[in-house]
Design a protein around this ligand. Structure first.
Ligand code: NAD
Length: 334
């Protein structure tokens, strides 16, 4: 309620369409009177030697201090001598799990009406460890997992909070016996602690076939980094595309940094046509993390009814509304 002190949260508007859709979130939060005070941080244009990246040490400290934040897409500037901004955030804040809810939006027709699943991706190791080298004509890329670093597995069984009953571990342990084998071992150990949750293991190729044929076969899917990257975009496609899908990164000490799945969309940046839904729904996952379920429900319902009504839709959903008109329609629904 407005009587309690506001909660501070870090906001990275990001690049490209980022500032436009972040403005949309700020506007909706004001309208819904959400007790959040944003601490805004911009990506710099100089490398901070303390982070070896365009993200400053103060920005990272802000997320650590607040424990919650929302991030717009970040385009990694071309050039050498710095780390990818997204990788810096994941590594420095140890954002070990990326959680992506994915459900059919009422009134927006796609091939399926009944998608309702969550993908959880291990976010810091595996194929994206960034350990690559070249020896003459031979290149090697290390798929790296350290035991005890698969916190993602533990986190994912916290799914009771999401009202979920079934977890599918997605793997290719038949071929990658050591890496995916360790992943499955960790999953099995956690599964034993949660006998009330149904646990199954599905090979990644079969999983793709099943998802496309009948996505209702799945509830929660947990997987190593690369599979998670691919499968979660596949899931976005099942419900209408990148403009719609939110995510939340979970990290060390319970940090939650929510972000849209999509990138900075340079092709439409600055034109006031981007769909803010993905970032707005990401902000809803942040509110749920803070147990602000009343505010989260109100905002989520306003977004869903605006889309269902169909009068105001952005171009990616076949409409002709601007970002600001669509945002105003959501505020009116509040
Ligand atoms: P992208 O997601 O930015 O764009 C892909 C397509 O989807 C484009 O046609 C774009 O116009 C459209 N699109 C994306 N979001 C939209 C929205 N909200 N509303 C309407 N249309 C939308 O992917 P890309 O073009 O491959 O990447 C662009 C930049 O973003 C790159 O620099 C990349 O590194 C970066 N990126 C950042 C993140 C992140 O910060 N998490 C994720 C992916 C890509």
């Amino acid at each position: 309620s407005s009587a309690t002190a506001p909660i501070r949260a870090t906001l990275f508007p990001g690049d490209g369409i980022g500032p436009e859709i972040a403005e949309s979130v700020k506007q909706v939060f004001r309208e819904a009177e959400v007790p959040i005070e944003w601490e805004e941080h911009y990506v710099g244009n100089q490398i901070d030697p303390r982070t070896q990246s365009f993200l400053t040490w103060e920005s990272l400290e802000s997320v650590r201090r607040n424990g919650v934040g929302l991030k717009g897409p970040m385009a990694t500037p071309i050039g050498k001598g710095h780390r990818s901004l997204n990788l810096t955030l994941r590594k420095e804040l140890n954002l070990y799990a990326n959680v992506r809810p994915c459900y059919s939006l009422p009134g927006y027709k796609t091939r399926y009406d009944d998608v309702n699943l969550i993908t959880i991706r291990e976010n810091t190791e595996g194929e994206y460890s960034g350990l690559e080298h070249q020896l003459k004509g031979v290149v090697e890329s290390l798929k790296y997992y350290s035991s005890g670093k698969l916190e993602g597995c533990e986190y994912l069984f916290n799914i009771k909070a999401h009202g979920r009953e079934r977890v599918s571990a997605i793997h290719k342990a038949n071929i990658m016996q050591k890496t995916d084998g360790l992943f499955l071992k960790c999953c099995r150990e956690v599964a034993e602690k949660y006998p009330e949750i149904t646990y199954e293991e599905v090979v990644i190729d079969n999983c793709c076939m099943m998802l496309v044929k009948n996505p209702a076969l799945f509830d929660v899917l947990v997987m190593p980094n690369l599979y998670g990257d691919i499968i979660s975009d596949l899931c976005a496609g099942l419900i209408g595309g990148l403009g719609l899908t939110p995510s939340c990164n979970i990290g060390e000490g319970g940090i939650a940094l929510a972000e849209a799945v999509h990138g900075s969309a340079p092709d439409i940046a600055g034109k006031n046509v981007a769909n803010p839904t993905a970032l707005l729904l990401s902000s809803v996952t942040m509110l749920r993390h803070l147990n602000l379920h009343g505010e989260a429900d109100r905002i989520q319902n306003a977004i869903l009814s605006t889309i269902a009504e169909g009068k105001y839709r952005t171009a990616d959903l076949g409409g002709s509304s601007t970002t600001t008109d669509f945002t105003k329609a959501i505020c009116d629904h509040l």
